[in-house]
Unconditional design. Sequence first.
Length: 551
Amino acid sequence: MGGHDQTLEPFLWRAENIYPDREVVARTHEGTRRTTYAEYGERTRQLANALEGAGVSEGDRVGTFCWNHTRHFETYFGVPNMGAQVHTINPLLPDKHIQYIVEDAEDRVLFVDPSLAEKLAGAYDREAFASVEQFVVMGSDAPDLPIEPLTDYGSFVGDQPPSYEWPSLSSDQPAGMCYTSGTTGKPKGVEYSQDMMWSHTMSILTPQGLGIEDSDVLMPVVPMFHVNAWGLPFAATAAGAKQVFPGPVPEPADIARLIEEEDVTISAGVPTVWLGLLEYLEDHDVDLSTLQSVVIGGAAAPKAVIEQFDDLGVEVVHAWGMTEMSPVGTVANLKYDLRDAPYETQLEKQGKQGLIVPGLEFKVVDDDGTELAWDGEEFGELLVRGPWVTTEYHERPEANETDFEGSWLRTGDIVTVDEDGYIEIVDRADDVIKSGGEWISSQELENAIMAHDDVTEAAVIGVPHERWQERPVAMIVTPEDVDREALTGELQAMLKEEYPKWWLPDGFEFIDEIPKTATGKFSKKDLREQYAGQDLLEEDAPEEAAPAEDD
Ligand code: AMP
């Protein structure tokens, strides 16, 4: 009955027309690049013309392999507004995952950052990349690389006309795509329709969500390949907020400088980012007076981080979400009747994953599917549903069988809910490892380790780590006569061939046997409990244990 479907286009239209001079700023290798929403809108239409010229039409997918910057942001509206799908690819993944993802998504055009071009060329495989008809480097010249046909962004978009008639799209038109590697096995594609992205934007805009306003200066440190930087660039555009993109692999010094220079009011990232900034602040004088809040998600926000930011006058907004949820599901805002509560009570609530955002529903169930009480004690699996929660993966019937129950998504997170409705994650149903906000598949590492002739059994578990939250440690059973030192070296060399540095276990522990469940499977829960508190990390975690890369 409404006059228009729920699509992203009106958000851009509003920013262009109501806030034409509001800035979009990016840190680049050549310094700070400034543009406005008026110019930005034109660029998105130039991009649409260029893509159309390259043969992209409604329903096609366009891949990006990029950090956070304005050109990447141009694809955020330029691609979905023309009816195509913007598919952000995580460049930190192992090569074989990247190949799988490109092949599965059948991207027709692939944008790549100059600093990531070599990484992409390393993962390039003619067969897996067969769908890609054009590679575009997001720089002024195309480097000499064995991926083709290759052009540069300036040549691709430069001479295109700045006018383009956006088509009238329906709510269910696919608009975005992102892969999750959360569980074991191959990454799973999640597709976002126009109305999923629209409704997610509307919810996080509200004060009950993240409360973004036109006076805000928003800097997403969370990479744009992580579920569209948690959807923040869409919300900031809808609000008419200034946006600041921190560019490739921002160091704490870059983040601090951008906050100071651009008057950032709200930023967002995984805990590792903020631990790094807090450490930097110990020795550096940084003016954080404009910064009102930092959104922390992707992994649990440590209470100490919430307290330290509090002391600096910055509110931590703890949020939880999933790729399958576009991604925001809960925000640990204080309820109206807790705003005068003792500090300890407030801290306890802010340390939880929070309250479900407006528009979603949840339930917590035990193994039999019985709903559990909200008493802060009973724990079970969290199920969620709502307009921006997917109900299926892209062409993964087996995962669709296990991960959904009708309209409900099984999150795999084991939680309690307190009397006030605050959800707290206490465990995960599966054994995946999240290091610095990025997934490491324990099962893949185990399979690789067990392929060695001298290994009888191996289990890889995540052990707590102050900076990266978790790091992998391999627990290995061998026959008695095996030279363990030599074996460790061989395993390290073998894994290095296949996986990025940040996937490699920081410890190799030799044990007599791996505890088993009643059905004979490895019980990593028992293993984790058995070795809890022991110092299993032999190696120092690599500097780039994620999300940074050595480019
Ligand atoms: P992803 O799909 O990569 O966004 O990962 C989603 C998963 O990350 C969730 O199911 C949680 O296990 C974990 N996660 C996300 N946010 C938080 C948080 N604030 N606290 C604890 N775990 C989180």
